[in-house]
Design a protein around this ligand. Structure first.
Ligand code: S3P
Length: 170
């Protein structure tokens, strides 16, 4: 079993922020699947969606998962919201889900300092109604695939990262 932390959860729940807080405290190396895909494709996610479509992006996510399986260990991996669907997720490490209500996530994005940019870079959040439907469609699947579920709503970051530390093995 690999000793990676695989952090999953809905768009905008704060996976990247949590990963950065985690490395500040525990010193683990962190990578982000969206960043890996953007740098390999030399294209922003929103442009990949626009020019090549979502199904192409999902293929790139699978390529990324295959590379992680072959090459990455002892690393904190923050994943795009749809990455939980790759066919080898459980082989990549301990799967940790950040969980919160849709309303809390949407409000977090709306009240963020760089709210416009955060919404713009996420094509699937262009229409809040559609995003809510995606949330509802994925809710059960996220919980089913996770080894550990961590509720983040209204909680301090320090407590969240302690829970991740306790729930994982790196
Ligand atoms: C997606 C989430 C995004 C990004 C892409 C698709 C999704 O990542 O991978 O826009 O399907 O939920 P974040 O979860 O970091 O927003």
């Amino acid at each position: 079993m690999k000793k990676n932390i695989i952090l999953i959860g809905f768009m905008g729940i704060g996976k990247g922020t949590t990963a950065r807080a985690y490395t500040q405290k525990y010193g683990t190396f962190i990578i982000d699947t969206d960043d890996l895909i953007e740098s390999k494709a030399n294209q922003k996610i929103k442009d990949i969606f626009k020019e090549k479509g979502e199904s192409h992006f999902r293929k790139l996510e699978q390529d990324c998962a295959d590379w992680i399986e072959a090459s990455v260990n002892n690393t904190f991996i923050s994943c795009g919201g749809g990455f939980y669907n790759v066919n080898n997720l459980k082989k990549l490490g301990t799967v940790i889900l950040l969980d919160a209500s849709y309303e809390w996530i949407y409000n977090r994005l709306l009240t963020a300092e760089n709210s416009k940019a955060k919404l713009k870079k996420r094509p699937l959040f262009s229409e809040p109604k559609k995003a809510k439907k995606i949330y509802k469609d994925r809710e059960k699947a996220y919980k089913k695939i996770a080894d550990v579920i961590i509720s983040v709503e209204g909680r301090e970051m320090d407590d969240i990262i302690k829970d991740i530390y306790t729930g994982s093995y790196i």
